[in-house]
Design a protein around this ligand. Structure first.
Ligand code: GYE
Length: 320
């Protein structure tokens, strides 16, 4: 059943009888950024599982980290007349035109894990964490842990221009305000990948007296932190003690590092953004109920005190 009919009923509202067509008739196009990180690979796995659970036909497009490939995929989904589109927008800008085309085609768009700088009328809802809050939690942990002691911090940022890179930086800096013992001495993108995270951390270590001037690393995701941990070890230093390591995602590998004393804290990001997205879509299809513009997922701090090995065992099967 064409989702458009349900949509036009939704806009008319009164006097519309929504057919009891099940989600099984729904086709959803999903434009995913690419592999990028362990977290993102898990998001892809979980999205496919959630679609299967609901009998939804999921058309998956991997953009190999390129926005132009995402825009191409969205145009192809529109041409195919899918019932809805999910997109994890690699960067925040440049979406108005293609989102306008989806709106003209009456195809609802749901953003997953990142937001866009576009009019909110151009998408149905965004299922994301509070990215500023995540950076704030990481910053507050470092403030508490250093307890006034002087600490030079290096920062591995996510993909330049992406909403998590912008907001996680903002939240972290807000937490450090008023704590002059903490100074961000180097900050550069590691593009959310392990490889780049290691590479950039190597340059930080070289630039900062072999790492002796560095007291802490804040990485916008665990994958960059895991790459950086490798670089710190290769520089002959102990990650987790010589250089504190705090990051975001709570993927299994960071708990392995924590259990080995090589990482200190992470802020959890669920890979299951698609579940709430599919539910919002089904509710809209069934009775025209518009979801809020933001469906927020939880953010929880984990430290070495949270039995990391146990958490690793529990998490490692969940799509990662
Ligand atoms: O933290 C990272 C992924 O968009 C919030 O993207 C997401 C981030 C996540 O590559 O691991």
């Amino acid at each position: 059943m064409k989702f458009v009919k349900a949509l036009s009923c939704a806009t008319v509202l009164a006097g519309c009888v929504f057919s009891s067509v099940s989600a099984a008739d729904m086709t959803v196009g999903f434009s995913q950024i690419g592999s990028e990180s362990g977290w993102r690979a898990a998001e892809t796995t979980v999205t496919k599982q959630e679609a299967e659970k609901r009998g939804i036909d999921l058309k998956f497009a991997d953009a190999q980290q390129k926005q132009e490939n995402q825009i191409k995929a969205l145009r192809s989904f529109i041409a195919q007349g899918v019932d809805a589109i999910f997109v994890a927008p690699v960067v925040a800008t440049g979406w108005d035109e293609v989102l306008g085309e989806a709106k003209d085609a009456e195809i609802p768009v749901i953003l997953l894990d990142r937001t866009v700088d576009a009019d909110k009328s151009l998408y149905m809802t965004a299922v994301t964490s509070d990215l500023v809050h995540e950076g704030n939690v990481a910053g507050k942990w470092l403030v508490d842990t250093t307890a006034g002691k002087p600490c030079n911090v290096v920062e591995l940022q996510g993909t330049t221009g992406s909403s998590p890179a912008i907001d996680r930086k903002k939240g972290f800096e807000e937490a450090l305000k008023g704590h002059d013992n903490l100074k961000i001495v180097r900050s550069q993108t590691g593009d959310f990948t392990r490889t780049k995270g290691k590479e950039v951390m190597e340059s930080f270590l070289k630039a900062e007296n072999g790492g002796k001037n560095i007291c802490a690393l804040y990485a916008h995701n665990d994958d960059m932190a895991v790459g950086a941990i490798q670089a710190i070890k290769e520089a002959g230093l102990k990650p987790g003690t010589d250089i504190l390591v705090v990051s975001i995602d709570a993927v299994p590998d960071i708990f392995q590092a924590m259990a080995a004393g090589e990482a200190n804290a992470t802020v959890e990001l669920t890979p299951n953004m698609a579940g709430p997205a599919f539910d919002a879509l089904a509710a809209f299809k069934k009775d025209g109920k518009e979801p809020p513009k933001w469906i927020q997922t939880e953010s929880k701090l984990y430290t070495q005190a949270d039995e990391p090995q146990k958490v690793y065992e529990a998490k490692k099967g969940l799509g990662y």
